[in-house]
Write a protein that binds this ligand. Structure first.
Ligand SMILES: Cc1ncc(COP(=O)(O)O)c(C=O)c1O
Length: 394
């Protein structure tokens, strides 16, 4: 089956977080939004069909999760990631950020140290701070255009008593798909120092050629017992608004603590639309996903060529996964707010400001390339014009 990812679907006036607050966020209603992590593509046709059937039924009451729903996830993770999960390990959350916050609040105590690897997805900071835990930041190291883990610093931090680590794998925004060797080295330290790992693997299915996602938990029996995996169809199939996510916890005691809070808040029930859409996505969405990633990879190639040939003042950190691109704009010599203002006002493109991902994001921007090619070309043209006018190539 072929899919038309070139088709432009107008998202204005659909209550879209990305498209309906352009003026408010970027100060110009004509700025092109290329920021928040959802895609400008429709979900797989099988997902839309499953939703249509639910709509047509007309009664939108309380909803159960059938066995087939869990089995669809189990089969998908086994097939795509080579990890066999048991049904009893699977619990849920409306969204992954909700799960992260519940995990921090139930598996650590106030004042405990929780480690994150910066620059990173902004809610990682917030769930630690809002739960009154001590934030420990392990800065990723940028060398030759690629980020790596500073294991020496990490070990010192673990030694000083870290209780939990929030791992972003694949990593947003730096685009790393951590290798098995890196994860094994990290895992050995987590076991040695008894650190609980919350592995946010929401981007696990969004991989560019040559990169393989290694789930963290099954690396060893010890890690399986001290890891919580957060996983969801929301990025993979562009269904974030359905609010259906999974939390996989093999350790009974950890899962009981998580579930106690989940049920206390009455967050365990599935959304009416989520249940069929998620099952349809995992059962039937694979060929769509393969085509999607081919298309996004062509977008990435176009972007890489464009920056290299026409906008060399900005360096692209080449992502190995996700559809988010981390742009190193430090050579422009602008501070963070000047850089953001320049992109909004001069280029008229709405990007994420690097400092939202931590102080080590200063001078960077994040760009979402999961859009029809013509939108990407428009965005790149706008950036090229503005940058070359203000910062002519020498
Ligand atoms: C690493 C990571 N975790 C979680 C989320 C969002 O999760 P949710 O919308 O399910 O709360 C995102 C969205 O961009 C993300 O990049």
């Amino acid at each position: 089956m072929s899919y038309n990812f070139d088709q432009i679907i107008d998202r204005h006036n659909t209550f879209s977080n990305k498209w309906d607050q352009t003026e408010k966020l970027f100060g110009d209603k004509d700025a092109l939004p290329m920021w928040i992590a959802d895609m400008d593509f429709p979900a797989p046709p099988e997902v839309i069909q499953a939703l249509r059937e639910r709509i047509d039924h007309g009664i939108y009451g309380y909803t159960l999760k059938p066995d087939s729903y869990f089995q669809a996830l189990i089969d998908w993770v086994e097939r795509r990631q080579g990890w066999t999960i048991q049904k009893e390990w699977i619990t849920s959350s409306p969204g992954i950020v909700t799960a992260l916050s519940i995990l921090v609040s139930t598996l650590t105590e106030p004042g405990d140290k929780v480690l994150i690897q910066t620059p990173v997805y902004p809610p990682f900071f917030q769930v630690v701070k809002r739960n009154k835990r001590e934030l420990v930041t392990n800065e990723l190291q940028l060398e030759n255009g690629r980020y790596t883990i500073d294991f020496a610093q990490l070990e010192q931090q673990f030694k000083a008593g870290v209780k939990m680590m929030l791992l972003c794998s694949p990593h947003n925004p730096v685009g790393r798909v951590w290798t098995k060797a890196e994860l094994e080295r990290l895992g050995a330290l987590c076991v040695q120092y008894g650190v609980i790992v919350v592995s946010d693997e929401i981007h696990a299915d969004l991989l560019f050629s040559g990169h393989v996602h290694q789930p963290f938990a099954p690396l060893s029996e010890a890690l399986l017992q001290q890891t919580v995996t957060c996983y969801a169809p929301s990025k993979t199939f562009n269904v974030a608004g359905l609010k259906s996510s999974f939390v996989i916890i093999a350790n009974d005691a950890l899962r009981a603590k998580y579930d106690e809070m989940l049920y206390n808040l009455n967050l365990e029930s599935e959304s009416f639309f989520g249940v069929s859409a998620v099952e349809a996505a995992f059962r039937h969405g694979e060929s769509w996903l393969i085509s999607l990633m081919e298309y996004v990879e062509e977008n990435l190639q176009l972007l890489l060529d464009t920056f290299a040939k026409r906008i060399p003042q900005i360096e692209v950190i080449q992502p190995e996964g996700t559809y988010l691109v981390w742009l190193d704009c430090r050579k422009l010599g602008l501070d963070s707010s000047e850089l953001h203002a320049f992109m909004c006002k001069k280029a008229k493109v709405g990007l994420n400001q690097g400092t939202a991902f931590g102080t080590d994001g200063a001078g960077f921007l994040r760009m979402n390339i999961a859009c029809p090619r013509s939108i990407l070309v428009d965005g790149l043209d706008r950036i090229e014009r503005a940058v070359n006018e203000a910062f002519p190539q020498k």
